[in-house]
Ligand binder design. Structure first.
Ligand SMILES: Cc1cc2nc3c(=O)[nH]c(=O)nc-3n(C[C@H](O)[C@H](O)[C@H](O)COP(=O)(O)OP(=O)(O)OC[C@H]3O[C@@H](n4cnc5c(N)ncnc54)[C@H](O)[C@@H]3O)c2cc1C
Ligand SMILES: NC(=O)c1ccc[n+]([C@@H]2O[C@H](COP(=O)([O-])OP(=O)(O)OC[C@H]3O[C@@H](n4cnc5c(N)ncnc54)[C@H](O)[C@@H]3O)[C@@H](O)[C@H]2O)c1
Length: 461
């Protein structure tokens, strides 16, 4: 039985832990993914955003026309876009893999690891033990048990985000099951490239966990460029000539169906704790499958840490990165451990329009019973928004009326993911709304003036 100083399961955020400070540690690194480097690099944040940028360009004619610029009809060259993106990504992934394969202090196992005891794993037919274990095994896409769906997957007609970006050709039509993050981003990409997209939601809205105001606006926007079915519950998938037929029912129980060349299943992700036999390693797992960790990212098993999607309900890369830095510190400095900071965790949806949010929604703030003040500032109320001829985008800020503490911020519109950063910074550092608004210069006439004006519009005591 081989023994290591450290075993890291998962080469997404887990890979970043092992830097030059671990040069004299004997490290085992395990990953059973098709590509080395985890979700974000290979099938997540990075390729999706590389598909989003060309989609944003493809929308230029519709955005330029109201400004008096008439551009030609865009044509998305799917094979060229796909091959450019994966030409870069696959090279980074295989470069990272070779680096670990040839490192003197790392033994890379490209296989599934399963706990068989405390800090003892079975991998590739071998048992290994380690003084310390880091579980960074991520999450995977769910596949609902809808009759016929597995056949559609086998026939190459149904995909998850893992495979849809490598399609041979751009489908003429795409049905998306789900109305969350992945649905929003891929609806934008495929619709902008020229695919006829149908979005099958069950709850009546897009992105229902957002602040209700933003969720409503996002739904209205997506209705403008997809066939949005608000209450379509898929009950059966049938393979038909040239694609699939989704049989379902609406909220009144009426039968309905949708035909598409390809289906994208975007129904959420589940943590990979079950693929590890975590409990056999003495690691407690919560009811939704997330490994339980304390503020230091320690699991219930001694000298076993967990981070990222396998233990964090946020399912966001910036959270996984933060937790990986915490674990790295705590491995190197066991006598001076640090805690994770999950205050003011933001997220962004890179769809059309872009959305970004941090902190409480208006509904959550009201449910907390706080005395709040809310400002909804249209982009179109500031000079840059006039220049954009923007009529739909807003910045919403929620603050405590008495203390001026910023409790939440929600933006929908161009550059929302970038514009929100000063509000994230204010919440993270405790800068109040009044000081934020008047304690600094705001470049005129930049789009950030919409944030300044939202802060000034708050009805503070
Ligand atoms: C389409 C898509 C778009 C996304 N876009 C964004 C975005 O824009 N911004 C954002 O913040 N987040 C985004 N995310 C979420 C983000 O990708 C994840 O939160 C992040 O990658 C999780 O990192 P991780 O290190 O926890 O896990 P991962 O990167 O998933 O790494 C886990 C690795 O462990 C391996 N593994 C699992 N079990 C075992 C085992 N038993 N043995 C060996 N290996 C195992 C897996 O194969 C995998 O390679 C997106 C996700 C998807 C799917
Ligand atoms: N920009 C980003 O940060 C980004 C982008 C993509 C994904 N992600 C991460 O990946 C995770 C997964 O994304 P996602 O869009 O798959 O999940 P999600 O949780 O955002 O949305 C899942 C959707 O599927 C629906 N659904 C669930 N079960 C269903 C079923 N059986 N039939 C029909 N609909 C069903 C839900 O109602 C919801 O609309 C997200 O939680 C997010 O954290 C982040």
């Amino acid at each position: 039985m081989r023994h290591f100083d450290l075993c890291v399961i998962g080469t997404g955020s887990g890979n970043s832990i092992v830097d030059e400070r671990f040069a004299d540690w004997d490290v085992a690194m395990l990953d059973d993914g098709v590509h080395f480097g985890g979700t974000c690099l290979n099938v997540g944040c990075i390729p999706t955003k590389m598909f989003v940028i060309p989609a944003d360009y493809a929308r230029a004619p519709e955005e330029a026309a109201p400004l008096g610029v008439h551009l030609g009809s865009p044509r998305a060259d799917w094979p060229a876009i796909r091959d450019r993106i994966f030409g870069r990504i696959d090279a980074i992934s295989s470069g990272g893999e070779s680096y670990r394969q040839f490192a003197d202090n790392v033994t890379l196992y490209r296989a599934t690891g399963r706990f068989v005891g405390e800090r003892t794993l079975e991998v590739a037919g071998e048992q290994i033990t380690a003084d310390r274990v880091v579980v960074a095994a991520g999450s995977r896409a769910t596949m609902p048990s809808i009759p016929g769906l597995a056949d559609a997957v086998a026939a190459g007609r149904a995909h998850t985000s893992d495979t849809v970006m490598r399609l041979d050709r751009l489908p003429a039509s795409l049905a998306i099951i789900g109305s969350g993050f992945i649905a929003a981003e891929f609806a934008h990409v495929f619709a902008a490239y020229g695919t006829a997209v149908t979005v099958l939601a069950r709850s009546g809205t897009m992105l229902r966990d957002l602040d209700e105001d933003l969720s409503r606006r996002a739904t209205r926007a997506i209705e403008g460029y997809t066939d949005f079915r608000g209450t379509f519950s898929t009950q059966r998938v049938e393979l038909v000539d040239g694609g699939v037929r989704l049989h379902g029912s609406d909220d009144a129980g009426r039968a309905c169906s949708v035909d598409a060349e390809v289906v994208l299943v975007a129904t959420g992700r589940v943590p990979n704790s079950d693929r590890l036999d975590a409990e056999r390693g003495g690691i407690a797992v919560g009811p939704r499958g997330f490994i339980e960790v304390d503020a230091h990212q320690r699991t219930t098993a001694e000298n076993v840490w967990a981070l990222g999607d396998v233990s964090s309900p946020w399912l966001l890369k910036h959270v996984a990165n933060h937790e990986a830095r915490v674990v790295q510190h705590n491995l190197l400095h066991p006598d001076d451990p640090v805690e994770s900071n999950h205050h003011a965790v933001p997220h962004a949806v890179f769809g059309h329009p872009q959305i970004a949010a941090v902190g409480l929604t208006e509904e959550q703030a009201r449910a907390d019973g706080r005395d709040i003040t809310v400002a909804v500032q249209p982009y179109g109320s500031v000079a840059y928004g006039w220049a954009l001829e923007d009529t739909d985008s807003v910045c919403k800020v929620i603050a405590d009326r008495q203390t001026a503490e910023i409790l939440g911020a929600h933006l929908i519109g161009p550059q929302a993911a970038t514009l929100i950063q000063p509000l994230i910074q204010a919440m993270a550092t405790g800068l109040d709304a009044r000081t934020m608004a008047r304690g600094q210069y705001w470049i005129h006439p930049a789009l950030t003036e919409v944030i300044e004006n939202a802060l000034l519009a708050l009805d503070l005591a």
